[in-house]
Design a protein around this ligand. Structure first.
Ligand code: GLN
Length: 533
């Protein structure tokens, strides 16, 4: 169907953490399932240029795109739901907006003018929104505005939405996500917070077209009627969003509520192409009916905040469904592990994953866990820092290089088996300067990695500054470590494995970023399979 690009804005009210990203991704999934082309964008009101410099405790996982953008973790949801790649253009922060406006000011692009929030900042925001539409690749651009309506930081974004609503007329709708709190004492769902957040939007000149109401209990007809009346939306545009057992259920809940239909109607898209959600439902069916269970330990230092390892946790869900099994992830703090307690702490795990990370905290626990996995022949997957720790462990305990380390943790080590990438040596700025994004990797035939991928050439996403030190290649190879994947241009070691073990593999890249519902990542699928035994 040929249509003008349509713009859908998703705002949030009442409180944060309502799941705007999941609602946006679910709506996108439904539109995609009807045959439309869709992309989703996140606008983040904070002043960092990107979340790459943020501690995971502050902001959860930093997600990385093919083109090397360090982004909000919601982009991970977008890719996992849609199986369509996102890019630099899909995540924009206030920092980025101001940076480009200020650069333009310095170049003299606004010569003679006072540079102001309106129109200069709002114009830049509008350009960033329309950039995706202008590619001609998408019929729908869904833009999620981070934060909650009323936050000082999000004001320019809401103002940009107000202007676009005016400019784009029928090609634009605003979906506002709110919360209906349930008061147990009176046994009622309360609509007042929703009314207030819509009033606040109205103060800024934006009338939402659709209200999606998060609720722990079904919303009756009367409540829908009341919300519609107070918020000037049609009754069928008051959508119930009940808590779901898994985020992957939300598209189906939204389908039942006809969210996509009402959006299409409001956007004057005539005709309703059939919905094809067979693959999605097939996945959910497997997810809900596991035949077996497997327990995998995730060793990391941010395990108190599971959002820090979002993509890994989701990749296990995808890989579990393929294997008809439920993957129970046991979150283990690397700082709690020592050589002495390792047996006790890791006993019973059927697989061990050592997570990515930066800095020294918890390193020795990770190394101890890998020693345990190697010696007890427990399936092991090391990701990025996890792979580097596997190299360190092997150097110390097999090669006998007792002080082997990464220069990141011990710059003075005599055995820097992991060293700073050559290209990183003159870098002083921290933001956006790592080895980022997709790079090719060549797999050696006959290795575990080759068997897992079933081909020689792969591309995976990276986010690191350190690498395997190729001065040690011969030592490692002679002792039985296989360097099964290399970057063809720079010869960087991307994959290590131990063929003496059942499943022991470390990867310098992040396979978790590329796992989607439709395309579960082969490394995770094989790892879960190996853990099942
Ligand atoms: N800190 C390590 C490096 O910079 C690993 C990074 C990571 O795990 N993402 O190379």
């Amino acid at each position: 169907m040929s249509i003008n690009t349509k713009y859908i804005f998703v705002t949030g009210g009442v409180t944060s953490s309502l799941g705007k990203g999941i609602i946006a991704a679910s709506l996108a999934k439904l539109l995609q399932a009807r045959g439309f082309t869709v992309t989703i964008q996140k606008l983040d009101p904070y002043i960092n240029i990107d979340p790459g410099t943020l501690n995971p405790y502050e902001h959860g996982e930093c997600y990385v795109t093919d083109d090397g953008a360090e982004t909000d973790l919601d982009l991970g949801h977008y890719e996992r739901f849609l199986n369509v790649r996102t890019s630099q253009a899909n995540n924009v922060t206030t920092g980025r907006i101001y940076q480009s406006v200020i650069e333009k000011e310095r170049k003299g692009e606004f010569l003679g003018k006072t540079v102001q929030v309106i129109p200069h900042i709002t114009d830049e925001i509008k350009n960033r929104i329309k950039i995706l539409g202008k590619t001609g690749q998408y019929q729908f651009v869904i833009t999620e505005i981070g934060g909650t309506v009323g936050d000082i930081e999000s004001l320019p974004y809401i103002e940009a939405v107000r202007q676009l609503k005016w400019e784009l007329e029928h090609d634009c709708v605003v979906l506002h996500l709110t919360l209906l709190p349930y008061l147990a004492t009176s046994g009622e769902l309360k609509t007042k917070p929703t009314q207030h957040s819509v009033k606040m939007l109205l103060e800024y000149g934006v009338q939402p077209d659709v209200l999606v109401c998060r609720s722990e209990h079904p919303i009756g007809k009367d409540i829908r009627k009341k919300i519609a009346l107070f918020c000037n939306v049609s009754q069928d545009a008051v959508i119930e969003a009940l808590d779901a057992p898994t985020i992957y259920e939300v598209p189906l809940l939204m389908e039942q509520e006809k969210l996509d239909e009402i959006i299409l109607k409001k956007l004057h898209v005539n005709g309703l192409p059939d919905m094809h959600l067979e693959k999605w439902k097939n996945f959910l069916n497997k997810f809900h009916n596991p035949q077996k269970e497997v327990t995998i330990g995730l060793i990391g230092k941010y395990v108190e905040l599971k959002e820090s390892y979002k993509s890994i946790a989701e990749a296990f869900i995808h890989a579990g469904a393929v294997n008809d099994c439920k993957v129970r992830v046991e979150w283990i703090h690397s700082e709690s592990l020592t050589e002495d307690n390792i047996e006790k702490k890791l006993k019973g795990l059927q697989g061990i994953l050592v997570a990515p990370g930066f800095g020294n905290r918890g390193i020795e626990g990770k190394v101890a866990a890998i020693k345990y996995a190697r010696e007890k022949n427990v399936p092991f997957l090391g990701i990025c820092l996890g792979m580097q720790c596997a190299v360190i462990e092997f150097a110390r305990n097999v090669l006998g290089l007792k002080d082997a380390h990464s220069r990141e943790m011990n710059p003075a080590t005599n055995s820097p088996v992991i060293d700073l990438l050559e290209a990183q040596k003159n870098i002083s700025h921290m933001g956006g300067t790592m080895r980022l994004g997709s790079y090719p990797c060549k797999l050696e035939e006959g290795t575990l990695a080759y068997n897992i991928y079933g081909r020689q050439d792969i591309n995976e996403r990276h986010r690191h500054r350190y690498e395997f030190n190729n001065e040690y290649t011969k030592l490692f190879k002679d002792a039985g470590m296989v360097l099964s994947g290399l970057n063809p241009d720079a010869g960087l070691v991307e994959i290590i494995e131990l063929p003496t073990n059942r499943f022991f593999i470390g990867v310098q890249f992040h396979p978790e970023y590329k796992s989607t519902v439709e395309n579960p990542h082969p490394l995770f699928v094989s790892f879960v399979k190996a853990a099942l035994g």
